[in-house]
Design a protein around this ligand. Sequence first.
Ligand code: SP5
Ligand code: ZN
Length: 357
Amino acid sequence: MSQYAVPVVWSPETRRHDPRHEVWVGVPTEGTERADRVDAILDALRHRGHQLVEATPQPDDAMLAVHDVELVEFLRTAAARWAEGPYADLVGQERVVPYLFPTPAMTAGLPARPAVAIHADAGRFAYDTMTLVGPGTWEAARSAVDCAIQAAQLVSEGAGLAYALCRPPGHHATWSGFGGSCYLNNAAVAAAVLRQYGGLKVGIVDLDAHQGNGTASIFYDRADVLYGSVHVDPGAGWFPHVVGYADETGTGPGAGATRNLPLPEGTGDGPWLAAVAELAGWVKDAGCDRLVVSLGVDAAADDPESPLQVTAAGYREAGRLLGATGLPAVAVQEGGYHLATLGGLVAAYLEGHAASL
Ligand code: SP5
Ligand code: ZN
């Protein structure tokens, strides 16, 4: 039993994104970012007496503070554009899958235009083939943003801790791109809302097993939002592969306002918690007055998507460490894919954090 009922902001709309599979190394593999993750988490939190709050539609301003309107418009219209095309009849594909990526390798200095065909245009925004857009994806991703906004509002109004049950997750979504099972960056939106309501300096601590390249990039040159992440070493061959190294520490006014703490495959509670403690001390000592926790629980030992070996007791202790900063905090759901233990891991984190309030 928790001694403190944490507000849990969720929306039934977040179940509407049903990717079914992800295209990985050219083949459809079973999707791990499933709609029933929502219910696994809800069930665990309900049993522990937390306070469920259903999100309502919120304005776009905080979302547009962290995302290019072109990305937002693409995501809002992509499923309908795809359905109008021949793809379902031609190849049986009902979800948007990019077919080419107009990176500098292709455009090579030429004045490239947006592609007319959506299977080509998708590569302007999608940076991988795993993150499909289908019917309901936009509604779910936008509702996850609403959850993040409302949790940040509750904290701005005095709650010591609020939890946003965001799904699909967000920390891999950049200013103008989506990937890594993420479409809209819920944690970045939460940070923007905390700033709107008077927070002067927001610390984001990312516990997901993967470095949150989206959040890191959105705030890389900013001094008012710190980003610190503990994650499996991209140098060992793990997503996001090309960023998340320890020497990436921010740029311009944001120099020193980014921390990446990569850990080797197989790392368990001891070194993982030492890294969490390091990040908790860092955001506190830097003078942050609000905290966003990107609460991915895929660092857990039984998670199929990462090789880290953190336990539920480890997540509870991580909550205690971050709660002990004393900073009003929004916890935003990121990854975590083992349905049988997912809810318990989230509950353990919240219990540890709430115990420090
Ligand atoms: C939010 C989050 O945790 N995103 C994870 C992104 C990393 N996914 C990498 C997936 C690599 C291939 N997985 C193959 C499993 C077959 N479904
Ligand atoms: Zn992850």
